[in-house]
Design a protein around this ligand. Structure first.
Ligand code: 5GP
Length: 133
């Protein structure tokens, strides 16, 4: 069965898309630690990020680098933090989280509750910056 993230890539489940190319997809985390919390995934279905083929793995980080730069421009923050967990969804992904302090990257923190309009606005702002890079 397709993973929930593959279903997002295929448009079967809606997402707030931030960026996409042939092999990778980036979208807002639905339970964000901060405004602009983004997930970057390979379209290839593989549970564990460190089991990705070397070229897909390298390309994922290259794509995430560009997405992080777009987040940096679109979201007020000191810098963008990175985390890889995969404890919940068995489809490799990188978390990019705008940070103002170290504690902003604690996954035990209370998640933000944003409106559809807020998600749409944030995704659109990041997407616009991504396209201008
Ligand atoms: P992890 O697997 O890295 O431990 O956590 C998975 C992350 O994916 C969580 O931060 C969770 O909020 C996010 N997530 C899970 N299901 C969905 C979904 O259907 N849509 C979106 N946008 N994010 C999801």
């Amino acid at each position: 069965m397709a993973s929930i993230f593959t279903r997002i890539v295929n448009g079967e489940i809606p997402s707030y898309k931030v960026a996409e190319n042939e092999n990778y997809y980036a979208f807002l985390d639905i339970n964000p630690l901060a405004k602009g919390h983004t997930l970057v995934i390979p379209k290839m279905e593989e549970d564990y990020i460190f089991n990705l083929p070397a070229d897909v793995y390298a390309g994922l980080w290259e794509f995430a680098n560009k997405v992080a730069k777009a987040i940096d421009k679109a979201v007020p923050c000191k810098r963008v933090g990175v985390a890889v967990l995969g404890m919940e969804v068995p489809h490799a992904h990188i978390h990019l989280v705008p940070l103002n302090s170290e504690s902003d990257l604690q996954f035990s923190n209370q998640k933000l509750s944003l409106t559809k309009e807020e998600f749409e606005q944030i995704a659109s702002n990041i997407a616009q910056e991504f396209l201008s890079l």
